[in-house]
Design a protein around this ligand. Structure first.
Ligand SMILES: Nc1nc2c(c(=O)[nH]1)N[C@H]1C(S)=C(S)[C@@H](COP(=O)(O)O)O[C@H]1N2
Ligand SMILES: [Mo]
Length: 315
C-alpha cells in the first residue's frame, strides 16, 4: 500500500537565492495557509496542486492549455523499473535510497575525461528552471518544471574528439540498493543513447531537480536526462556514466523489444507503437485525451536534426 509521502519540505537554504524563481519555504507555507511552526508533517495536508500553483521557470514549448502537472502526480506516478514496475512502486520502494555521495564518469572519446562528484559536475554550469512537456511512450503525458543544466555544457567541458558521434548514458547497477534489478525485466544496467547533435541541442537537459527542489529518488536522483521531444524512456535516471562513442549505443528498451522501441524514439503521432496508437495522449489529471504533437510540440526547434531521414524507419 502506498503511504503518501510528506512531499517537498527539504528546500536547502543554498537553493533560496534572490533570483530564485520559486517561493521560499516560508512563503510557500503561507500561500498554503500554514505557518513555519506547522511544518512537521504538513506535506500530506497541502492542497494537491499547491506546488503546481507556484511552478515557475521558462515555459519551453508549452501550448496555451498546458499547465504544470501537480507535484503529487509527478512524484507518485513514475516509471523506474529499478524500483518496481507499477506506477506507484518507485515512490515507495526508493524511499530509503541514498543518492549522495554520488559520482558520474564522463569518458570515452573526449580529451578531458573525468570522474566527478555530483556537485562538482553541476557547479560550473548555469542551473535553470524549465517547464517541459513530458510524453511517455505509453501514451500518457505530463507538464513538468524541471531544474537542471544543459548537457551540452558538460560535454563541451569534456572536449569531444572529432571521432565522437554518439553519447551513451548508464544508470547505477546495484541490486542491493535497486531491488528491481534482482529481476530480469530489462537488461541491467539501464542504458540510453543520443546522437551527439541531439545531446548538444540546447533543449537537452541533465536534470537535478523538479519544482525547484532536489530530484526525488523516484524521479531519478541525483541526476537524470530529459529530452523533451522524445518519449520518456530516453530520460534515463540515476546516471553514473556518460560515455562518448563512435558507434550507436545499445539502449535498454531497444535490446528488450527492438520492434517496439528504436534508437530515435522521437514523439511522433504518425508512427504508432505496434500495440497501440500514438495519435493521442492522456494528460495525467485530465479526462479527455489530447492529440499528440509532432516532436511533442518541439518541432520548430528540432525537426532540422532529422532532415532527410525516414522517420518511419528511424523510429
Ligand atoms: N533507469 C531508468 N530510467 C528510466 C526508466 C527506468 O525504468 N529506469 N523509465 C523511463 C520511462 S519509461 C519514463 S516515461 C521516464 C519517467 O520519468 P518520471 O517518472 O520522472 O516521469 O523515466 C525513464 N527513465
Ligand atoms: Mo515511458
Amino acid at each position: 500500500m502506498l503511504i503518501r509521502s510528506a512531499g517537498p519540505t527539504d528546500l536547502r537554504s543554498s537553493e533560496i537565492t534572490p533570483e530564485s524563481l520559486y517561493l521560499s519555504r516560508r512563503e510557500w507555507l503561507a500561500a498554503a495557509g500554514l505557518t513555519v511552526g506547522a511544518i512537521v508533517g504538513v506535506g500530506a495536508l497541502l492542497p494537491r496542486d499547491a506546488a503546481a500553483q507556484q511552478a515557475s521557470g521558462k515555459p519551453y514549448g508549452l501550448q496555451a492549455d498546458d499547465k504544470p502537472t501537480p507535484w503529487e502526480d509527478v512524484t507518485t506516478y513514475n516509471n523506474f523499473y529499478e524500483f518496481g514496475t507499477n506506477k506507484d512502486d518507485p515512490a515507495e520502494l526508493s524511499r530509503g535510497f541514498k543518492p549522495r555521495p554520488w559520482s558520474v564518469k564522463v569518458e570515452g572519446l573526449v580529451k578531458k575525461p573525468g570522474n566527478y562528484a555530483i556537485d562538482d559536475l553541476l557547479k560550473p554550469s548555469v542551473v535553470e528552471d524549465r517547464i517541459y512537456r513530458h510524453r511517455c511512450v505509453e501514451a500518457w503525458s505530463m507538464v513538468v518544471p524541471w531544474r537542471g543544466i544543459m548537457l551540452a555544457d558538460v560535454l563541451k567541458r569534456a572536449e569531444p574528439t572529432p571521432g565522437a558521434k554518439f553519447v551513451e548514458f548508464t544508470t547505477l547497477y546495484d541490486p542491493s540498493r535497486m531491488p528491481g534489478q534482482r529481476y530480469p525485466v530489462l537488461r541491467w544496467p539501464y542504458a540510453e543513447g543520443l546522437r551527439l547533435d541531439e545531446a548538444m541541442h540546447p533543449l537537452t537537459l541533465l536534470v537535478s531537480g523538479v519544482y525547484g527542489r532536489d530530484l526525488p529518488n523516484q524521479n531519478g536522483a541525483p541526476l537524470r536526462l530529459v529530452v523533451p521531444w522524445k518519449y520518456g524512456f530516453k530520460g534515463i535516471k540515476s546516471i553514473v556514466r556518460i560515455r562518448l562513442t563512435d558507434t550507436q549505443p545499445a539502449t535498454a528498451w531497444n535490446v528488450s523489444a527492438p520492434d517496439e522501441y528504436g534508437f530515435y524514439s522521437n514523439v511522433n503521432p504518425t508512427v504508432d507503437h505496434p500495440r497501440w496508437s500514438q495519435a493521442k495522449e492522456r494528460r495525467i489529471g485530465e479526462f479527455l485525451r489530447r492529440p499528440t504533437l509532432m516532436f511533442n510540440g518541439y518541432a520548430n526547434q528540432v525537426s532540422s536534426l532529422y532532415a532527410g531521414m525516414d522517420l518511419r524507419k528511424n523510429y
